[in-house]
Design a protein around this ligand. Structure first.
Ligand SMILES: *Cc1c(COP(=O)(O)O)cnc(C)c1O
Length: 365
């Protein structure tokens, strides 16, 4: 392995995405970290057993850690990482969290509260003053920015300052922005969590999670928790995610370019009541003028856009979010979350525009 953890590499992010986590440039070394399938190791070393470590995980962790500017641990899924962080909070402690966020994260927080483990305080993360106030008696402040699927943005620095004053840890779910568009550790957040299932893997073929931190003590605690509970990544998934990470910058650039253009065109279509796009990234949420029925129709009328949950793949997908019974009622019934892929933007638009036109009342109707 290259020694990137000792001193930060001098390269810019795109170069780091390509070069980090590679074997040394020793003659006959492979250029890529191989897929090492191993449940146990010869005794007397530092790893010993397959639940404690794997060179393929390490390569992925080094690459993602270099992009986030911290040390990284891979987990079985984004939610395994979320659960491991929430488990750090003491009995009865307060967790501040967004009222709109990834459903699985909110679901875990609600479940812990229902079982008397924590006290949850849900906030509108765009209301910085209210979030800062809520931080006062928090042990953990959970941020997601942009939020799923409302695409709200948190003003992270003042929230981090208030949380730290209260002695709380701050975690940022950076799944939507990716480390190329937002580096929460540089904004003094303590932890970054990822569903690497999404943009980082990027090909809709692996489920994986990750945590990054600069805090050596937290890193040690989280590593020990992962060892204990076995929320470890699959080796093939870590390998696939690292392969995906190599092209993150190229995929994101193209997907973001498409998203900016689609945002402009969607805003001019009469079947679309509202377009939410935070100005960066590849996720757009639209609210159909015709409400939930129109949203359902749209997601079944396209041929290129696939109706599917999840996001961040090379292929464009979209989903009417309120089809999930647990989606908060504050998310509009007609909201469709769009994950813009890397196809030709004109094909994406032609497919969408055709389906949107069909939602309009006919001229003589
Ligand atoms: C998908 C997702 C998760 C959960 O990750 P899994 O890999 O599906 O377990 C967490 N946060 C966000 C923002 C997500 O999109």
């Amino acid at each position: 392995m290259s020694d990137a953890s000792a001193t930060p590499p001098p390269y810019r992010p795109a170069t780091r995405a390509v070069t980090s986590g590679r074997p040394d440039h020793t003659p006959d070394n492979p250029l890529n970290e191989p897929l090492t399938m191993a449940s146990t190791y010869v005794a007397g070393g530092t790893v010993e057993y397959g639940r404690y470590g794997n060179p393929t995980w390490t390569a992925f962790e080094q690459a993602l850690g270099d992009l986030e500017g911290g040390r990284c641990l891979a987990f079985a899924s984004g939610l395994a990482a979320v659960s491991t962080i929430l488990d750090l909070v003491g009995q009865g402690a307060t967790v501040v969290a967004p009222r709109h966020a990834y459903l699985g994260s909110i679901g875990q927080i609600a479940d812990l509260e229902a079982r008397g483990r924590i006290r949850a305080q849900l906030v509108d993360i765009t209301d910085t003053e209210a979030v800062v106030k809520a931080c006062a008696d928090a042990a953990l402040v959970w941020l997601e920015s942009p939020t799923n699927p409302a695409l709200e943005i948190a003003d992270i620095p003042p929230i981090v300052a208030a949380a730290h004053e209260a002695g709380a840890y701050v975690v940022v779910d950076n799944t939507f922005a990716t480390p190329l568009l937002q580096q929460p550790l540089d904004l003094d957040a303590d932890l970054v969590v990822h569903s690497a299932t999404k943009f980082i893997s990027g090909h809709s073929d692996a489920v994986l999670g990750a945590i990054a931190t600069r805090d050596a003590e937290l890193f040690g605690v989280l590593k020990k928790r992962r060892d204990m509970i076995g929320a470890i990544p699959g080796t093939l998934e870590a390998w696939l995610a690292l392969r995906g990470l190599r092209t993150l910058h190229v995929r994101l650039e193209r997907a973001q370019h498409n998203a900016v253009e689609l945002t402009r065109r969607l805003g001019e279509h009469p079947a679309v009541g509202e377009v939410r796009y935070p100005g960066f990234g590849a996720i757009i949420s639209i609210v159909l003028a015709g409400g939930g029925i129109a949203a359902d129709l749209l997601t079944h009328k396209t041929t290129l856009w696939v109706h599917a949950t999840s996001l961040g793949g090379v292929e464009s997908t979209f989903e009417r979010r309120r089809r999930w019974k647990t989606e908060p009622a504050t998310i509009p019934d007609g909201l469709v979350r769009m994950s813009v892929g890397i196809e030709d933007v004109d094909d994406l638009w032609d497919d969408l525009a055709g389906a949107l036109d069909d939602l309009l009342p006919s001229d003589n109707g």
